[in-house]
Ligand binder design. Structure first.
Ligand code: ZN
Length: 125
């Protein structure tokens, strides 16, 4: 299975693993809601298992009796977060890099002003 947080391939894990199990790479708690098959952001408490007790920290090790490891937890999560970020950026800025565009117009405006000043005060070279 992969770590739900960093995607690191976790080997030699004994299933079901203990609630103290953590990712060897990023030290994320593996016995947590975010790594569980019942985790679902669209339902109340983000858990599809009605009998499970409410867990506040979804990314911390829990004492839930209904924990079932979700081997696809990493892919589900990260793909959608990255896509959302990219979509938001595209929406805001289109394809252009906003900083470059504004720098360009600033410098050409400054050049124009300088030219105008030189013309007015006869400072030709
Ligand atoms: Zn990890």
């Amino acid at each position: 299975m992969q770590c739900w947080k960093c995607g690191y391939e976790l080997k030699n894990l004994l299933l079901p693993f203990s609630r103290y199990e953590e990712c060897t790479q990023c030290k994320a708690d593996l016995h947590s809601c975010l790594a569980c098959k019942h985790y679902d952001e669209s339902v109340s408490d983000a858990c599809r298992e009605d009998r499970a007790e409410f867990v506040l920290d979804k990314d911390r090790a829990n004492f839930c009796d209904f924990f079932k490891v979700n081997t696809k937890a990493f892919r589900n999560q990260d793909r959608s977060a990255a896509d959302q970020a990219r979509a938001k950026l595209a929406e805001l800025f289109g394809d252009e890099l906003p900083e470059q565009a504004s720098n360009e117009s600033h410098s050409s405006e400054a050049d124009k002003a300088l030219h105008e000043l030189k013309r007015l005060f006869g400072d030709d070279d």
